[in-house]
Design a binder for this molecule. Sequence first.
Ligand code: EPU
Length: 416
Amino acid sequence: MDKLIIEGGRKLAGRVRISGAKNAALPAMAATLLTSGRTVLRNVPGLQDVRTMGRLLGHLGAQYERGTDEYVIDSSKINSHDAPYDLVKTMRASVLVLGPLVARYGEARVSLPGGCAIGARPINLHLMGLEKMGARVELQHGYAHASADRLKGARIYLDIPTVTGTENLMMAAALAKGTTVLENAAREPEVVDLADMLNKMGARIVGAGEGIITIEGVDELHSVTHDVIADRIEAGTFIAAAVITGGDIVLEGAFEGHVEAVIEKFRETGAEFENLLEGLRVIGNGRPRASDLKTMPYPGFPTDMQAQFMAVMSVAEGTSVIQERIFENRFMHAAELKRMGANISIDGAVATVRGIDSLKGAEVMATDLRASASLIVAALAAEGPTTVHRIYHLDRGYEHIERKLEGLGASVERAA
Ligand code: EPU
């Protein structure tokens, strides 16, 4: 199993290109199931999760070709409606095929994802929404089986603004008969990117990015070429890395509007930002100051950046209180950061981080994708070498991470 060995203490400097967003590429790939013909997706990151989605689409009967950052997907010969356990267990986002399959083929059988390292993560709201649109949903043998002759428009209120739930229901509603209104919908940029792609395909969606999305169903959609947006969480992770090392870097291709909450939070810690033509410049200014944090649905501070922020707070001046409000078990990185000397105490969904002068390199274990990123951020500033084990989590969500960090002057080595 691969590991990364990082020798900390170097200030990051230079430019780094931000890749396409994993969490926008995955629903875009699933959306190809809504049409026949060749869909071209550009700016798709070369990540394990993207390859898993490719395998899942292949399993359903789609044909696809992969270029450097491009996928050409042809879903005209779908012959299975089954997302099996083996694929769903390696990637929860596999559940994104549910909405498109029921909408276009009247049937989907998707393995229930089950809990994962960060929380229980049920899909009850995805299923409730499909039922409201007239699907019959049965749970059997660990699978959700949904079927319908043709979905019909409905008013659906989401108790929680679930991101993939909103995406699944938006895709399903695009081909339903009549108008669907999604209330308390997720407002994440990835939802907006999917709506943009669906509208190019001929869908009639308004309100994506706001709390209420209205989708007027159409009879068919056509294939398109679509560019996936830049990854705001990758951008945020590099911001954290620049701040913790007191570095000065430019994030090429990052869209400032998508990382506003992250920028504001790091500004409070003393970092400076500049919007340049070539991208977003981040300047770390000596030791960061402590700042409190609550994770929130977009446009709030993203849960996917909480672990990286905690790493920075572990060496900040003062005490930071961090509340995780999206997932119930997303502090697994705290125990690993403590192995590097961090002073963190956890009480339920609240972590209190008392900043120390410096972290010490250690052997640490990645438990999930963003936890891995936080350990890398911590290692970049630690004294001595840190070995991050189980980095397959990292490869699910960060493209060429060691190459990008090395390009910024970090000492990072991958070893088997
Ligand atoms: N929830 C329910 N019922 C549902 C759906 C969600 O109770 O039917 C709960 C979840 O358990 C959680 C909260 O609602 O407590 C929010 O979950 P959400 O459904 O929004 O998360 P998701 O769609 O499964 C996406 C991202 C995650 C990111 C979250 C929150 C993708 C593929 N995944 O997950 O990304 O953390 O939104 O922003 O878009 C990652 O990239 O590392 C990652 C975990």
